[in-house]
Design a protein around this ligand. Structure first.
Ligand code: ATP
Ligand code: NCN
Length: 187
């Protein structure tokens, strides 16, 4: 599952858990972006990486990859999938989890058609977005319903900035990491 994870929240974690069980995946690899060229300013890669490690540490099937953070330049999923293929070998079956909002824009991603051939894509429901694969090649994507979590990283950032709580929207350790590092504060 790729994401900017600024910060990682329970919407990401519930989606990953549902897909892991549905496809009986050996592991879910969370891949924080290095330079998410379609987003605005984001927190440092190391802060986003560490929040992702903290959030996933208690699940033995969840892992975090530095592939996108350690590769220079803008983050393209076609490169992520090539790097993960090298790590996991030719026999591994790769899935890439995306929310409905990301899936809707996926044809704008670099080398989209080649990218879609490098893994099986899993599109998950997300409140406020329509989940559809009408625009995508047949059999490249499976759509999966996950429990509705109306949580976004941008809302979490706004809440912290306004002094409002993010308890229970993000894991407790991530709440504490945000406070310790003073992330998202404007004062
Ligand atoms: N609440 C959610 N339910 C399902 N999928 C989600 C949810 N939030 C994010 N995703 C998916 O997780 C992936 C990574 O998302 P990302 O890290 O950009 O978080 P975000 O909440 O969308 O961030 P922002 O609000 O900053 O745009 C994307 O594929 C996105 O669609
Ligand atoms: O490959 C691309 O061109 C591309 C463009 C936008 C987003 N992505 C990937 O989609 C995932 C979610 O991205 P984001 O920006 O919504 O956090 C993450 O893994 C990004 O690298 C990939």
């Amino acid at each position: 599952m790729g994401g900017t994870f600024d910060p990682i929240h329970h919407g990401h974690l519930v989606a990953a858990s549902e897909v892991q069980v549905r496809f009986d995946l050996d592991e879910v690899v969370f891949v924080p972006t290095g330079q998410p060229y379609q987003k605005g300013v984001v927190s440092s890669a190391e802060d986003r990486y560490l929040m992702t490690v903290i959030a996933t540490a208690s699940n033995p099937r969840f892992h975090v990859s530095r592939a996108d953070i350690d590769r220079a330049g803008p983050t393209y999923t076609v490169d992520t999938l090539r790097d993960l293929r090298k790590v996991y070998g030719p026999e591994a079956k790769l899935f890439f989890i995306t929310g409905a909002d990301a899936l809707a824009r996926i044809l704008s991603w670099k080398d989209a058609l080649e990218m879609l051939s490098l893994a099986h894509f899993v599109g998950v429901t997300r409140p406020g977005f329509e989940l559809s694969d009408d625009h995508l090649p047949a059999d490249s994507v499976t759509l999966v319903g996950v429990p509705a979590m109306a949580i976004s990283s941008s809302d979490c950032r706004s809440r912290v900035s306004a002094g409002r709580p993010v308890w229970y929207l993000v894991p407790d350790g991530v709440v504490q990491y945000i406070a310790k590092r003073g992330l998202y504060r404007t004062d």
